[in-house]
Design a protein around this ligand. Structure first.
Ligand code: SAH
Length: 358
């Protein structure tokens, strides 16, 4: 729901201020299905709203649950026909994390990322970002569960859509709405320096994650074109500023690509890069979900990589991976341009599920 448009409509009609809170309550707290759920509105107001403001801007096209039931992926259609995806990850410890998209496609063209192959179509609007989370809140409602965490790690580069991403997170954080804690929300960037500096001054205290993936420019240049504009020295300067201003921990994501960035010397380079800020740094080592571009690093070497970092005083963990079996893992949210291709992708997923059930 477009809250800004609703606010304008209510003002235009001379409605009292509490009318906005009533609709927000029906949408974010009661998780109603349509305008009929705003029972506090009289019929004429409800009809006027229904006429002017869609309750949902996103249409659910398809939802797939992984065979283990811990990952749920939804494909949505936007009003202009563009397709986006979001994922719900259900952790053992009770956390329900939504991985949401910020753009249709992405301009960054990281060589290992499936979304990168699509190019950028457009930014998502505030309601389009918010509704990915609301969709999963509704999904969990029958079992009285909640979305507890949000990571902006789906399709797109969040800092290329900074204003809408922050506005969406603020709506989700609103005490009278979903009331999702800022500390339970993370924005992941490939290293857009102006975005990092802006976030450092943001009143909303969300977490920052940086897709670092290399400890030297020589290695990073091989697969992240963004490193030309913002090489590691510039990136780390921005990170220092962010840490100094916020005193908050930064998560560094490190995707292991066989023979490219997984050698002991790569761990050393990363440890050197982070040594100065080790107190506020944490490395999350990620298993590469193959997209044809590279080969994944084997399990033993992934374990060794984390140990090498720890030996050098850098706190590091392995990321728990979800949804590989339904193509919902990081970097695999490639929505194809044509409907046909989207269907084909989903058929492949279905075929996989059938196989895994045999
Ligand atoms: N553009 C943002 C957010 C989207 S990507 C960013 O770059 O951080 C979210 C995470 O998934 C990033 O750390 C990204 O590097 C990682 N990722 C991309 N492709 C992947 C793949 N094939 N396997 C595993 N992780 C991948």
């Amino acid at each position: 729901m477009d809250i800004k448009a609703l606010k304008a409509l209510l003002a235009e009609r001379g409605e009292p201020a509490y009318r906005l809170a009533q609709a927000k309550r029906a949408f974010f707290v009661e998780l109603g299905a349509d305008w009929d759920s705003v029972t506090t509105y009289g019929k004429p107001l409800r009809e006027a709203c229904r006429e002017a403001i869609p309750w949902n801007t996103l249409k659910e096209v398809k939802t797939i649950v992984s065979p283990q039931g811990d990952t749920v992926k939804t494909l949505f259609e936007c009003a202009d026909g563009q397709k986006i995806e979001a994922v719900l990850m259900r952790h053992d410890d009770g956390r329900n994390t939504v991985c949401a998209s910020s753009q249709v496609g992405c301009a960054m063209a990281c060589a290992f990322c499936a979304t990168g192959t699509m190019g950028l179509k457009r930014n998502l609007s505030i309601p389009e970002i918010v509704e990915q989370v609301i969709h999963f809140s509704r999904f969990l409602k029958p079992t009285k569960e909640y979305v507890t965490n949000l990571v902006m790690m789906g399709m797109g580069e969040p800092f290329h859509n900074y204003d809408n991403v922050i506005a969406a997170l603020k709506q989700l954080n609103d005490k009278d709405g979903l009331n999702l804690g800022a500390r339970h929300m993370s924005i992941s960037t490939c290293g857009i320096v102006p975005g990092i500096l802006k976030l450092a001054d943001e009143p909303l205290q969300v977490n920052l994650a940086i897709s670092i993936h290399a400890g030297t420019d020589e290695v990073r240049d091989k697969f992240m074109p963004v490193n030309k504009a913002y090489p590691l020295a510039k990136l780390m300067d921005a990170v220092h500023v962010y840490m100094k201003k916020t005193n908050r921990k930064v998560m560094f994501e490190y995707l292991l690509l066989k023979g490219i960035n997984d050698h002991k010397s790569d761990a050393n380079a990363l440890a050197r890069l982070l040594a100065h800020d080790h107190r506020l740094s944490h490395v999350n080592v990620i298993k590469y979900h193959p997209t044809e571009a590279f080969d994944p690093t084997a399990r033993e070497e992934r374990i060794a990589f984390v140990e090498w970092l720890e030996e050098r005083g850098i706190s590091a963990t392995h990321r728990v991976t979800f949804g590989e079996d339904i193509d919902a893992a990081c970097g695999q949210l490639a929505v194809q341009e044509e409907n046909g291709l989207v269907k084909q992708g989903l058929d492949a997923v279905r075929a996989k599920r059938v196989r895994s059930n045999v």
